[in-house]
Design a protein around this ligand. Structure first.
Ligand SMILES: [Fe+2]
Length: 250
C-alpha cells in the first residue's frame, strides 16, 4: 500500500538529535521512571506493561525514537515520529491516520517532574507509545485519526475530542476484577493515578453517549472517569461514534 506524504503535519516534523541529550537529562528520565514504575507494576493494564517491554524502554536512558519505531512497526505498523511541539488538529489527525504518533523530543526539567503543561517526551513515550504495540488499540487510534481528519464541524470534533480524552489520555479498564489504567495522563501522573486508585474519582462504566456528553476540564484533577471492559469495546465504540457523528458531510 502506498504511503501518502504528510501535508498538514509536514512543517512540524523534525529529527531527534539523540546525542544532544545531556547526562543530567538522562538522569531526569531515570528519576521520572523511578517515580512512576512502582505504582504501574500494580495498576497499569497488562497491555501497557507488555507494550512497555516490546518497545524496549530503558530505565536510565532517554528513548531513541527510531529504535522504538524499529521495534514497534513490525507489530502494529505504528511509528513514534519526532515533532517540534504541539500540533494543530489537522496535522495531529493526519499523523494518527498514517499511524505516526507525533512525539515531542523535549524533556521536562527537574522543577516539573509531576506536571508539565506542554507535551514532552516522557508523557508521549512513557505515557502513550506502549499502548501502540497492542493491535486492537493501534487500530482504534488509527481509525480515530482517519475519522477526525475528514471532519470540519467544530462541535462534532469537540465531542470526538472527549472520546480521545476519556480513553487515550485518561482511560481506565477493568481487568481481573480490578481497575487498571491505560490512558497516558493517568500513566504518567502520580497525582492522577493516585486519585483513581484511592477512590478520589467516580469510576463509571464506559458508555459512549455519556463520554461524548462529558466536558473536559483540563485544569483540575478528575472527579469522574470511565472504565472499559476490553479494548474491543473501545474499537467498537469508535465505529459507533463514526456512524453517529461522522455521517455524510454536507
Ligand atoms: Fe497525551
Amino acid at each position: 500500500m502506498a504511503v501518502e506524504p504528510l501535508v498538514a503535519a509536514a512543517p512540524y516534523l523534525i529529527q531527534q538529535i539523540y546525542e544532544d541529550y545531556t547526562a543530567d537529562q538522562h538522569e531526569v528520565w531515570a528519576e521520572l521512571l523511578r517515580r512512576r514504575r512502582p505504582q504501574l507494576e500494580s495498576y497499569a493494564c497488562r497491555e501497557y506493561l507488555q507494550g512497555y517491554e516490546i518497545i524496549g524502554l530503558q530505565d536510565d536512558r532517554l528513548p531513541n525514537l527510531s529504535a522504538i519505531t524499529t521495534r514497534l512497526k513490525p507489530r502494529t505498523r505504528w511509528n513514534a515520529t519526532p515533532v517540534s511541539g504541539f500540533l494543530p488538529k489537522e496535522a495531529f489527525f493526519e499523523m494518527l491516520a498514517a499511524r505516526m504518533f507525533p512525539t515531542t523530543t523535549y524533556l521536562r526539567g527537574r522543577d516539573s517532574l509531576e506536571y508539565t503543561p506542554q507535551p514532552d517526551i516522557f508523557h508521549d513515550v512513557f505515557g502513550h507509545v506502549p499502548m501502540h504495540a497492542h493491535p486492537v488499540f493501534a487500530d482504534f487510534l488509527q481509525h480515530y485519526g482517519s475519522v477526525c481528519a475528514a471532519i470540519e464541524d467544530e462541535t462534532i470534533l469537540e465531542r470526538l475530542g472527549r472520546l480521545f480524552w476519556y480513553t487515550v489520555e485518561f482511560g481506565l479498564i477493568r481487568q481481573d476484577g480490578k481497575i487498571k489504567v491505560y490512558g497516558s495522563g493517568v500513566i504518567s501522573s502520580h497525582g492522577e493515578c493516585t486519585n483513581v486508585i484511592s477512590g478520589g474519582c467516580e469510576i463509571r462504566d464506559f458508555n459512549l453517549d455519556e463520554v461524548l456528553d462529558t466536558r473536559v476540564k483540563v485544569d483540575q484533577i478528575h472527579k469522574r472517569l470511565f472504565a472499559i471492559e476490553s479494548f474491543d469495546q473501545l474499537y467498537e465504540a469508535m465505529h459507533q461514534a463514526e456512524s453517529r457523528l461522522a455521517g455524510p458531510q454536507t
